[in-house]
Write a protein that binds this ligand. Sequence first.
Ligand code: FAD
Length: 380
Amino acid sequence: MDLRLTEDQEILRRGVREFADAELRPHVMEWDESQQFPMDLLPKLAALGVMGVQFPEEYGGSAMSAVDYCICIEELARVCPAIALSVAAHNGLCSAHIGMFGTDDQKRRFLPRLVKGEVLGAWGLTEANAGSDAAGMRTTAVRQGDSWVLNGSKNFITHGRIGGVMVVVAVTDRAKGHRGISAFIVEHGTPGMAAGKKENKLGMRASDTSEVIFTDCRIPASQLLGEEGQGFVNTLQVLDAGRIGIAALSVGLAQGAYEAARDYARERKQFGQPIAAFQAVQWKLADNATSIEAARLLTYRAAYLKDRGARTTRESSMAKLFSSEIAVKVADDCVQIHGGYGFVKDYPAEKYFRDVKLLTIGEGTSEIQRLVIARQLLAQ
Ligand SMILES: Cc1cc2nc3c(=O)[nH]c(=O)nc-3n(C[C@H](O)[C@H](O)[C@H](O)COP(=O)(O)OP(=O)(O)OC[C@H]3O[C@@H](n4cnc5c(N)ncnc54)[C@H](O)[C@@H]3O)c2cc1C
């Protein structure tokens, strides 16, 4: 057993860290205020190799491992969690679904543009009345000759307005329940597909989130993704992998918040000494550094198992649950250690505090992770 990263992974971490400090940090608040994903960042992210981290080189991807992917997401999230969220949704949901279940033709047609960052990927599972209970979705796809016709709407979709390619999950045979759900690839601009309301969010504001509406949206039959009726089953596998990415995002955000709190505690003086000299502050820092390490290990373990071809339903949910919950605590302590300065936008604490809450909600809430873990435990 060797818990160290390889030399290449240390180099990767340094590279992404330097990129995030140089290219993201100066703009974090500007992007947050404008609530726009900075599209001009895409070529830079692609040049760094993070738009197609785990995809084969034949499609233009970086052919890296799941552990490498965690390192990339972690380092982006340490500086700008919203950009890390967009990169994670692009890689871990849309592109991953096509990479895992697409035909050779579909991969050749859609993956190169996604992994080279020419377009952003979106992934539509959630609906207004079907969130945790995603199988209760109402969006339908009906086969008509050589086409599928989609009707319905998807809610809270990352890159719903700005994504060039979207994977959409829809009911194809309601009588078959979750085995009557299929996935489709829809290109931005297809007639009948329209962006709905853009969400005005608490945090993660540089990551675009909106509704997507389908009205008699006709796509070629060749854009069915995976087997008919397997869309929901495949979705659960996509989420097993995607949740490792959200766990890594949580670790990175927590690391950024912890470092901000540590640095502030060294500088800020009260009662004639740095507040870092007070045991109450030291214990917060010590507890947070310890839980971040534990979260990182759980996350890397899930990624390590994925790299070895294991099914990681339980490990992914454990990593996502633990990492996102400790990240909320670390971000909260970061504001507390900053005192009043944690409540204003001159310091990064308030943004970590706003961004972090998404992590216990997106890609399955903490309650749903516990439900998944308990099912796995009780099935043994
Ligand atoms: C910023 C953002 C980006 C997103 N991006 C995407 C995306 O790209 N694609 C996509 O498809 N979706 C996306 N989502 C949707 C996200 O996955 C859902 O919000 C999430 O799954 C929860 O669904 P819900 O919001 O409908 O909450 P609900 O399911 O209504 O849950 C409300 C509360 O009830 C609890 N609850 C529900 N069922 C149970 C149960 N059985 N046991 C115990 N508690 C339960 C939940 O844990 C939660 O606390 C995004 C959401 C946000 C906020």
